[in-house]
Ligand binder design. Structure first.
Ligand code: Z5A
Length: 233
């Protein structure tokens, strides 16, 4: 069990290209985590996502993923809409939950903006980092897991369904996003899990990663005075 300060919960994020299995793994973790012994007694688990983790975000998600023609946002507008979604998400959902001592598990967070709008669209990474600070107020995940899947496998997995606006941006765009995720995972020292294996094996790897992270948080908590946090991405 996490013996860290009960005053703050843990913020966990899954990242990766479309089709890497985040949704599948989120629901597996949602079943497993509450009974895993890792969460403090009384803490709830909040499942959320970006874009669309709040009522405002839901409206922004529609604009971001489903507006076409002359309603489609240009790259800069797209970046700002993702930042607006994140600002609302952090302020009204994630931070209040963490302050209650609950755990938050999010399908995507700021890493996706660096990967899609930075590496994918080619917008400046330093500008994206500044916007991230504004939108998040400095909040960083306690653990980010990158589900690493070769692009071809991701394309095969989603070939059966209609593409949304971002997916329709083309294979070269997605290849830049995929290699951007790899760069980010290395630079930010995200936990990397191979997603090109059966779903149950990915779930087991995630469970192991969470046990290891909880061990690190526990060591930090015992080394620090009560009231401080042991965040690390
Ligand atoms: N976006 C952005 O550009 N900038 C930002 O800052 C943020 C987001 C936050 C959100 O889309 C879009 O917004 C996204 C990035 C952009 N780009 N697009 N499009 P979304 O939320 O609608 O969807 P997604 O994030 O792209 O995820 P997805 O397509 O739903 O895929 P997934 O959740 O990662 O995978 P899945 O649904 O669990 O699995 C996909 C299929 O593979 C499904 O049939 C599964 O049964 C199958 N699957 C899953 N795992 C396995 C394994 N292990 N083996 C075999 N098959 C599997």
């Amino acid at each position: 069990m996490d013996s860290g300060p009960r005053s703050r919960g843990r913020f966990l994020v899954l990242e990766g290209i479309d089709g890497c299995g985040k949704t599948t793994q989120l629901s597996a973790l949602a079943e497993w985590l509450p009974g895993s012994g890792l969460m403090p007694e009384g803490a709830a688990l909040l499942l959320t996502r970006e874009p669309g983790g709040t009522p405002l975000g839901h409206a922004l998600r529609e604009l971001l993923l489903h507006s076409g023609g002359d309603q489609a946002p240009c790259s800069t507008a797209e970046l700002l809409l993702y930042a607006a979604d994140r600002a609302q998400h952090v302020a009204t959902t994630i931070t209040p939950a963490l302050e209650r001592g609950d755990w938050v598990l999010s399908d995507r967070f700021a890493g996706s903006t660096a990967a899609y709008q930075g590496y994918g669209r080619g917008l400046p990474l330093d500008l994206i980092a500044q916007l991230e600070t504004i939108a998040t107020g400095g909040l960083q995940p306690d653990l980010t897991v990158w589900l690493a899947l070769p692009l071809q496998r991701a394309l095969e997995r989603r070939s059966a369904r209609a593409a949304d606006r971002i997916e329709a941006a083309g294979e070269r765009f997605l290849a830049r996003v995929a290699s951007g995720f790899q760069t980010l995972a290395e630079e930010c020292r995200w936990c990397t899990i191979a997603a090109d294996q059966p779903p149950q094996a990915v779930t087991q790897a995630l469970q192991q990663a969470l046990h290891q992270a909880a061990g690190r948080w526990q060591s930090l908590a015992t080394a620090r005075p009560a009231g401080s946090t042991g965040a690390g991405r």
